[in-house]
Design a protein around this ligand. Sequence first.
Ligand code: 2RA
Length: 356
Amino acid sequence: MTVGAGRTGRPTLAVVGATGAVGTVMLQILSQHADIWGEIRLIASPRSAGRKLALRGEQVEVVALTEEAFDGVHVAMFDVPDEVAAQWAPVAAARGAVVVDNSGAFRMDPQVPLVVPEVNPHAARVRPRGIIANPNCTTLSMIVALGALHAEFGLRELVVSSYQAVSGAGRAGVETLRQQLSMVAGTELGTSPGDVRRAVGDNTGPFPEPVALNVVPWAGSLREDGWSSEEMKVRDESRKILGLPRLPVAVTCVRVPVVTTHSLTVHARFEGEVTVHKAREILATAPGVVLFDNPEAGEFPTPADVVGTDPTWVGRVRRALDDPTALELFVCGDNLRKGAALNTAQIAELVAADFG
Ligand code: 2RA
């Protein structure tokens, strides 16, 4: 039996992709947030049907992804590969559910809003296809802080480098890092060209190079002129969320040996002169942002401390040395929480208010 059957008057939620890395975090979040849902139906591939997962203090059985699985569903969250979302999100929408999709299938569709509740909540109301898209985790890890600064200063340009955790590539990414770390632990590897590569062999999992004792300047797939899909996502999605379709954005995406929490360095140029004092005031009071910035005391965010938390953490706030209109920031966000499951849950909660 599914949890909540009989909780009348509350919307029914479906979680599609409940068994994945993001799905697992989603179930924790749904168990911790205010309990606004009636039934929560867990849906996954037929392979996972019948498994039981912990949700709201009970064990809930996973059902297979079929058209009928969406019957009676008000809101359906999807965390599945792009091609699965492309096929099934319209099916769920046609059966009356509002879909909140965390894949890349619909993010740049002009008929689909791309929503970050702290930045553009109004966009969630206009959804002609019955689908709302959740941004990519790298964009999400910085955009709440940038949205707050943009509202005050007017953003004119972004130059960004990412330091992305391996869980962005799913369970396979985490397993690959852990396996490689066990191969190199206690050795003198990392001292001569190619020694790490020889030690881990061809076992580079979803990454093109070893990620243990290394950084890999690549995430996603190859796009035109040497850009990666991940870099294009950060550019295109930031423009769409902020409503700045011509914003100049330069991005380099890099994978680092961190399990969870993406970090980014950001150079943000604004309409006019900015002060660090004002920027700090904005960041310290922006919903969803924690300013943690006291280099004298050695205080700045790092993934090891940010993992498992909800906010976007910002440190190293400086005015650019050669441009009084620009700021330099270091930003960290848990890529599985705000970067994926939490933002999806927040959007679903916004939508649920319409069913109240
Ligand atoms: C990554 N941003 O970190 C991607 C996942 N959506 O690989």
